[in-house]
Each structure stands twice: as structure tokens, then as C-alpha cells.
Ligand binder design. Sequence first.
Ligand code: C2O
Ligand code: CU
Ligand code: CU
Length: 523
Amino acid sequence: MSLTPFLDKLPIPRVLAPLRRDKCSTYYEVEMREFFHQFHSELPPTKVWGYEGQVPGPTIEVEEGETTLIQWKNNLPDKHFLPVDHTLHGCHESMPEVRTVVHLHDANVPPDSDGYREAWYTNGFKKCGPCFTRKVYEYPNHQPATTLWYHDHAIGITRLNVYAGLAGMYIIRDKNEKYLNLPSGIYEVPLVIQDKSFNPDGSLFYPTNVQNPPPEYPEVSITPGFAGDTIIVNGKAWPYLEVEQRKYRFRILNGSNERFYRIKLDSGQSFIQIGSDGGFLRKPVWLDEFVIGPAERMDMIVDFTNQPVGARIKMTNSARTPFDFGAPPDPNTDGLIMEFRVIARTSEDTSVIPERLNCIKDYDVCFAEKVRDITLDVGADQYGRLLFKLNDCEFMDYITEDPIVGDLEMWRIINPGLGVHPLHIHQVQFRVLDRIPFDTAAYAQTGQLRFTGEPEPPNENETGWKDTVQAYPGHVTRLLMRFGPYLGRYVYHCHILEHEDHDMMRPLEVKPPEHCHQTDQPF
Ligand code: C2O
Ligand code: CU
Ligand code: CU
């Protein structure tokens, strides 16, 4: 099916209005329901699941320190319209087929509002998962200004629920951000980049039967990763945006299942990155192109001041899928993302690109109280299908990651495989220390790490707060983090949604302190 690119205008998700707001908190209700959405004017309407009847969901905007209470209401049908794989953890036929729970990625929240994957519930809370405790989630938002996103997190069907449309942006603002005088209002544009495939009748396509299906489950099977052939931004396929001759701020989120993007502008202009997952960088970073993995957010300024009126500038993608060893994108389809059309300025551009953005103290690696090795493993499940694991464990195996609240930990993410995995840790914002290349053949034989080169410092745009890191193959990616202030059960996982569903996710238990510690996390 071929769709004309740059035919439809980029939609901007509306900002959700709260039901009430008082001195103590702001209360929202967000309903998940089934509806039809037109992804492109040459496509018939497509059945989707979304928050508040929108794909992506409405943007939620809060101030730092404002408590938000959100009731995420499931009003979805009892049958999934995408192929549930009943062989996966938590998906047995005895379970309700449609389960949801919302995770605000990566809010620093108490565990009972974090969207634990077994805290799911069905339509009207009729049935609830074993870890369900509350109907209304509470978010303290005591984090510096940044771009978060909310998305479904139910065990075994996260990849289907998010692909069906259950994702949206969540923006925290603070005083520092206002003081920076960045492009704002209509010049601050969220870009939620996703990929989908469509059947000829316009319905969403998600593969079945990709790996040898077990005979008792002939229809549905997990896949090692799914990338759609159509690139969607804010719910439209290959849209265009009219931009004035001035600076814009783009909050870019990769909300795709497995696809990474290597993004460039065909005008040769730079992106000026000002923020990463957990807030502003120390200073802006000029980039000709950048790679964004699933779940990562990058806050970018693009300056169109010197572009001629009438210019059409394409945002392109050159990342291979699976990343970075699979097929290169087709320059006419998944190699295209969107187009900017330059028009005259309607008013003066008084926004600036500040020289300094944020003050970030480095963790001192000498004070790391604990070093954990996390190996990204690929094995086979009982049916011979690829199974992704962390430290050779599955989700249901007993807890091995149990940091003490307030302790500085170093995690060494060991990737002996082929591809890049976007590793995400709940509750914390961490720092990327470095990546060290190692001999993967020797590691496979002996289990010993033999380094083959010097530690490589993180990319300049990775030197701020991160919650999802690209764990390069053949490298040990070293992270520093301090858990807290909350105790209890969270998770960490690969954010390729097919990997996290099968079974690259592990619990994480933050334990009480033995003695007092300082805290130098951003919150
Ligand atoms: Cu964005 Cu546990 O996920
Ligand atoms: Cu998260
Ligand atoms: Cu993975």
C-alpha cells in the first residue's frame, strides 16, 4: 500500500484539562476506549485504542511539585483486536484477555502508582491483577522540568496495547525552564514518533505466527521485534508542519515498539539538543544527526530563521531495523519521517538558545557502594522461540536486584549480542559513565569480561539525566544511579516492547536504609 507522504498536517495533541484543581492536588480522569482514527487521508479509519479518544493521548502538563491524581479508566472491550499470545507470562487463557495498567515513564513515584505490570485491571475494575492496590494514581511530580510519557504496561500485552494507541505525553515544567526563554507556545511542538503497518482494509497489522508456533497455539506467537512500514508522527503518517522563519522547540519521543531512528534534516541544519530523558542538559549540544531508541526523549531546538520561505525540509531516518544490524530503511517510506514547510515569520523571535541550561553534579564513581552486572541474554523458550532475558532470568524468577535506598550503585550492562537494547530502569534517573568494548567470543566461552579497548565516554547528548540507555553490542555500558526516596517493588527492562513482553524484564526492590545518605539525584 503506498500513501502520499506529506499530505496531512501534523496534529498537535491537545492539553488535557483537569476535572478539579485545589491547593493540594489536581485531579484528572483519563478514559481508555476503542474508536476509529484516520492515520492518513488516503487510508480508511482504523480501529485503535486510545486515551480520551485520541491517538496519541492528550498531553498532561504539570508544574514541578504539583501533585496530580489520575484515575486511568479502562472502558475497553473484553476481546483484544490484536493477536494476544497466550503462551506468554501472565497471558494464560484463564486470565482476562484485555488488561491495562498505566506507567508514567519515568516518574519518581511510590511503587503503588508506578504501574507495576501485575497491577493490571479490566474494564470498570471488574477484575484486577495480583498486585493491584489502587484505582487512583498519585504523582508528586517533584522532578525538574522534563518530558515524560505515559503508556500501557500490562504484563504480556504491553507491545499490543501501546501499538493499539495507548501512549501520550506528560510534561513537567519548572521555574528554571521559564527563565531560560526557550521557544514556547505554538513554537514548542511535541513529536511522538511511532511506526505502524496497515492491512488493505485500513486495520492495524500486527504479525502472527512469525516463529514456529507451538501446535496447541497455531495462531498467535510472539515476535522478536516488530517495526511497521509507515512512520507516524502525532498520529498521522508522514505529516507536514508549517514553520515560521524562527526557532522552534521540538520534544521528540520515540514511542515505537522496536524501531530506532537516526534522524537528520535534509537541509543540513543542526539539531540543538537541550534536554534528555530526565531534564535539561548542562549546555546545548549541536548535532547533525542523532539516534533515538524506543522510549527515549530528546528536547531539540531547530532554527529555521535563515531558511527561505517556501523551503521544504524533510526529516529523514537512516537507522537499520533491527538496530543496527538489520535492513536499512527505504528512502521513500520508512526513511521518511515528516516535512517542514517554511513560511514568513508572523512576529519577532525573542526566544534564545541559552549558553547554560542546567547545573548537574557528577556522581563520584569511587563512592559506588554496589556494582551490579546485568547481562542481556538471548536464549530459547520451551517452544524453541527466541527468548530475551536479563542475567539469564525470567520475570517470575526471584528478585536479585535489591538496592538500598540512597546508595550509589553502578550497573554494568553487558551486551554480548548483535543489537542495541534500550535498557530502562524505573524510579531513577541515572547517568551514563562510559561504554567499554569487550571480547564477546571469550565472554561466551568463559563468562569472563576481557576488555579490548579504553572506556568510551558517553555521547555529549547523554551526559545529562537518563532513564533509558542504548546498550551497545560488544560493550559494557556503565551507569551510576541512586535509588529513592521510595521503597518497594519496581521493574527494569528492555524497552523494545516485544523483548519486555518475552521476557526481558525483572523486578527491582528498593530496600530500607541501613544508615543515612545524602541525595544528589535531581529529585
Ligand atoms: Cu516506558 Cu516500564 O516503561
Ligand atoms: Cu518507566
Ligand atoms: Cu531488548
